[in-house]
Design a protein around this ligand. Structure first.
Ligand code: 13P
Length: 254
């Protein structure tokens, strides 16, 4: 029902030379059961789209402006990402929320802009360490999910990434039970709002995913894939993660 998704977020890393890593990925992965998405810096989107050619790998942006065009120096619209060859865009990453003060309302506006341009939005949510330690994880995740996901979102146009802020780039990960608890909670919350369509939203886990923990994370119910930062930069690190997801998907086939 949900095609599993291995997504790589290169953040502010990579130059044209980094595209050689993509060649290795393209050669290694063609499984129809798993979708692969790479979100390089905006400077590389068009080159990556050209390089992948007919390969089913998807290309995405890391952020977009809520407006379709206008006087916003340095920003990029969803339309422009689409024009460069992207079909996805990440919105509401915690690094945007923290470093650029983005609110849930702004994130929802960006997701609406992505949808209007025909892009699938990967909407990121997640609690800080202080919030987890205060027992507020589900409150925070629920609030962000409600306010960051537009009413018109569907499982076809929207992917949700649960990225606990304290797990990003730290090598720390929640326990499998903690990940399972949040993913189960997100699915229920989406069901309450979107009814039967909730079953089509893919829920990714993100935060220090690597080859050594991917197999167990992908075995958690309602984890439909991963949003990977550091370990997506090199094919040698990302490929085993994609492979773990391919195996998880195959084990579910009838
Ligand atoms: P790391 O995989 O480097 O922890 O980053 C996760 C992330 O923020 C992906 O968007």
């Amino acid at each position: 029902m949900r095609r599993r998704l291995a997504a790589g977020n290169w953040k502010m890393n990579g130059t044209a030379a980094s595209l050689s890593e993509v060649e290795k990925l393209l050669e290694a992965h063609l499984s129809p059961n798993v979708e692969i998405l790479l979100c390089p810096p905006a400077t590389l989107i068009a080159q990556l789209a050209a390089k992948k050619g007919q390969h089913p790998l998807m290309v995405g942006g890391q952020d977009c402006h809520a407006a379709a065009s206008g006087a916003h120096t340095g920003d990029i619209s969803a339309e422009q990402l689409k024009d460069a060859g992207a079909t996805y865009v990440i919105v509401g990453h915690s690094e945007r929320r923290t470093n650029h003060g983005e609110t849930d309302e702004q994130v929802a506006a960006k997701a609406r802009a992505a949808h209007a341009a025909g892009l699938t939005a990967v909407i990121c949510i997640g609690e800080t360490l202080a919030e987890r330690e205060a027992g507020q994880t589900l409150d925070v995740v629920g609030r962000q999910l409600d306010a960051s996901v537009p009413d018109a979102a569907t499982g076809q146009t929207t992917v949700i990434a649960y990225e606990p802020v304290w797990a990003i780039g730290t090598g720390l990960t929640p326990t499998n039970e903690q990940i399972g608890e949040v993913h189960d909670f997100m699915r229920s919350r989406l069901s309450a709002r979107f009814g039967a369509d909730a079953a089509f939203f893919r829920l990714l886990y993100g935060g220090s995913v690597k080859a050594s923990n991917a197999v167990e994370i992908f075995a958690i119910p309602d984890v439909d894939g991963a949003l990977v930062g550091g370990a997506s930069l090199k094919a040698a690190d990302f490929s085993p993660i994609v492979q773990a997801l391919e195996q998880a998907a195959e084990s579910e086939l009838p």
